[in-house]
Ligand binder design. Structure first.
Ligand code: FAD
Length: 702
């Protein structure tokens, strides 16, 4: 028996969990929309698309529903102390050997459960900066749909997903938290708030940062994330549980009878119309690890939301991608799209550790500290952070560092493709990243950690805008085999000759010095300085890792190569870029060259963003859902519309919206394209922010 979740089974918005997850044995044969991946973005898409009752929607999730682990998912501190990494809720990927990181295969956890990575992650809720979102938009030029990706639009979408609550008085005081409610959402599905328990050391963080010249952030959530702050976390303060895409976008849904969510359904490929390779008309999945396969017909669109690893992997197994990858994996080519899986970027990080003479979350938990039985203790997760920009990292050498970085564009491009367009995309990303090098957006993130098992305190430094780019690909035609993850860490060198534009996939040579090692080295020195600065230094007794023997740049580089790992933020493997730059999706999130397939998840921003990726992924998914709904329906009448970054009541425009909607349903359909015999996207009207109210059992969210 398969486990299926259906809104039909939900008696109301506050239906008991057991009812929401009642097993079903049947789903329909055909849906208007099939969403691949019931992770963070996938459940946003499923929930939003199902608001239009004229659509039928199915979400297929490879992992289970997670019920048997619900207490561990829900309890914030169990992110550290009872981690879901050891369970089937984690894909538990590894990268391939990283030649510039001591040939290590580096661990890459990812969520495999309803809610995806938002169910197993560290709960930080931070946001990207205005200038990097606008830089992303400017990469799109005059592409149709580019207007969706301005900061104003993105800011509105992130707010739309969020309900903000301030900290308790006690935590506000002890952790020295400041906030600005106007930069947050007030009635979205996901809670952003603070822990119910904190430590004096958290309260020392911002002051210590200020003492070394890192400003205390004035407006971390309103577009300028540079500076130190105690960030929000996705915690529901009414019951101190994790707020994630399942609790926000699935569990509370009212019964509309048009939405199914099928867990334990691994999508093996998208099936295209035999008369037209461009039109997806079915999705194939397996409920039992590949033993049997089933198909679901699709009448409108397939939407990939399988994440930065899963989405390119499904495209590749469906025959859409670089022809060299498909041919060596033994997958028949359906549509050559060289950018699939390329342009992968990740936040590489490393942590300096100190012993301390005060209690930490780790020592309380593991050594039966005095607060261990305080229920509020289990709400604690680390959240003191600082986004540090180039003026902090390079106070005296900023201009020369920037010109070194700029000069390297002409000397290096990653060796991951046979195709010039993908190299053009690499250059575009590199140039854009260099343009925001010196800006109010963080080049590096510093994070305070006090949950270490042996009671140590750590300060992590994490690259936010890496110059080393890698790729996701497959080396087998079996969709149950894990995709190959090669982030190409620390590969951006100084002084390498430009490889030929058309090249073979020979292995990347080992390098000696890179932009990324240089930035991370400098950031780690800053982190060490921070740990040695009052008031934080008052209770840090000795540096244990890397320790005082690590001093020179070359010492740091050696240590980084041996110790650096992921901050769990891979992105850009289905980059939103023009086809001429190896793009995978256009500005309406449509896969280039396919009639009715989109990608909507963390894999689409073309540049790594300076933030933990949840808030930005909610932003991508909310915008994506609105784009799809506008395409098919011209939005929804009588709802709430976004305008210029703020929520506005749309009643005054309801009559014009009515007529726009009527005309869209005639024109906004996927129609036969006479020339190619395939299907073509026909766009609806240009406004799209209308959304319907979800009402039931006294709860309203939009
Ligand atoms: C350990 C960890 C800690 C993190 N910490 C933070 C944090 O503190 N704050 C923050 O903001 N971000 C954090 N992140 C990052 C953030 O959680 C992710 O970037 C974000 O959730 C990605 O959303 P997504 O929808 O793109 O992918 P996911 O949420 O990963 O969803 C993809 C879903 O697709 C499913 N899937 C994949 N392939 C298939 C297939 N073939 N068929 C069917 N289903 C499939 C997967 O099982 C998964 O459920 C963390 C991530 C991890 C892994």
């Amino acid at each position: 028996m398969q486990l299926a979740l259906s809104a039909q089974l939900l008696a109301g918005l506050v239906a008991p969990l057991a009812l929401a997850l009642s097993p079903r044995t049947e789903i329909a044969d055909s849906y208007d929309f099939v969403v691949i991946g019931g992770g963070q973005a996938g459940l946003v898409l499923g929930g939003r698309l199902a608001e239009d009752t004229n659509h039928t929607v199915l979400v297929l999730e490879s992992g289970g529903n997670g019920d048997e682990y619900r207490n561990r998912i829900d309890t914030p501190a169990y992110s550290y102390f009872d981690s879901l990494w050891t369970t089937p809720l984690n894909w538990g990927f590894y990268t391939v050997e990283q030649p510039n990181a001591n040939d290590r295969e580096i661990y890459w956890p990812r969520g495999k459960v309803l809610g995806g990575s938002s169910a197993i992650n560290g709960l930080y809720m931070t946001r990207p900066g205005e200038n990097e979102i606008n830089a992303w938009q400017s990469m799109l030029g005059d592409m149709d749909g580019a207007e969706n990706w301005s900061w104003d639009s993105f800011y509105s979408a992130m707010k739309k997903s969020e309900t903000f609550s301030p900290p308790t008085d006690a935590v506000e005081k002890q952790a020295d938290i400041t906030w600005n409610s106007s930069t947050h959402g007030s009635d979205g599905p996901i809670h952003a708030s603070y822990t119910g328990f904190t430590f004096d050391q958290v309260g020392q963080w911002s002051e210590a940062c200020a003492n070394i010249g890192i400003p205390i952030s004035a407006d971390m959530y309103g577009g300028s994330n540079w500076g130190a702050e105690v960030s929000t976390s996705c915690i529901n303060p009414s019951n101190w549980t994790r707020s994630y895409s399942r609790t926000g976008y699935l569990d509370p849904l009212p019964d509309r009878g048009n939405y199914d969510v099928l867990a334990n359904a691994h999508v093996t490929r998208i099936i295209f119309d035999s008369t037209s390779n461009l039109t997806a008309n079915a999705v194939e999945y397996t409920p039992n690890n590949g033993t049997t396969k089933k198909t679901i017909n699709v009448t409108k669109e397939v939407i990939l939301a399988a994440g930065s690893v899963g989405s390119p992997a499904v495209l590749l197994h469906s025959g859409v991608g670089p022809k060299d990858v498909l041919s060596s994996a033994g997958v028949d080519l359906v549509h050559e799209l060289p950018g699939v899986g390329q342009h992968l970027q990740d936040h590489l990080s490393a942590t300096i550790k100190w012993t301390t003479d005060v209690e930490t979350a780790g020592s309380i938990f593991y050594d039966n500290g005095s607060e261990r039985n305080n229920p509020l203790f289990l709400t604690y997760i680390d959240s003191a952070i600082a986004y540090v920009n180039a003026s902090n990292i390079y106070p005296t050498t900023l201009e020369s560092e920037l010109s070194t970085i700029q000069s390297k564009l002409t000397t290096y491009a990653p060796n991951t493709t046979y195709e010039n367009t993908v190299l053009e995309g690499y250059k575009a990303i590199y140039n854009t990243t260099a343009q925001i090098f010196n800006s109010p957006t963080g080049l590096v993130e510093l994070l305070f950690m006090n949950s270490d098992g042996n009671g140590d305190v750590g300060i992590t430094a994490a690259l936010q805008h890496p110059y080393s780019h890698g790729r996701i690909y497959i080396n087998s035609s079996n969709p149950m085999d894990y995709p190959v993850i090669d982030p190409n860490y620390l590969s951006n060198p100084s002084g390498m000759p430009l490889p030929p534009i058309l090249r073979t996939q020979d292995s990347q040579p080992k390098l000696t010095s890179t932009s990324d090692t240089s930035i991370l080295t400098t950031a780690l020195k800053l982190a060490r300085r921070l740990g040695n600065t009052t008031p934080l230094s008052t209770n840090l007794t000795a540096e244990t890792s890397p320790g005082s023997s690590t001093q020179s740049d070359s010492d740091w580089e050696t240590w980084i190569r041996t110790n650096a790992g992921t901050e769990y933020h891979p992105s850009s493997s289905c980059a939103m870029l023009p086809l001429s730059q190896g793009g995978v999706v256009d500005a309406n999130l449509r896969v280039h060259g396919l009639a009715n397939v989109r990608v909507i998840d963390a894999s689409v921003p073309p540049i790594a963003l300076s933030t933990h990726l949840m808030a930005s992924t909610y932003g991508v998914a909310e915008i994506g859902a609105a784009v799809v709904r506008e395409f098919w329906d011209g939005g929804v009448q009588g709802g709430i519309a976004f305008s210029g970054g703020s929520l506005t009541n749309s009643s005054s425009s309801s009559s014009s919206r009515s007529s726009a909607s009527a005309s869209a349903s005639a024109s906004g359909t996927v129609e036969k394209n006479g020339a190619g015999g395939g299907m073509a996207w026909v766009r609806g009207p240009s406004w799209f922010w209308g959304v319907s109210l979800m009402v039931g059992a006294g709860v309203v969210f939009v």
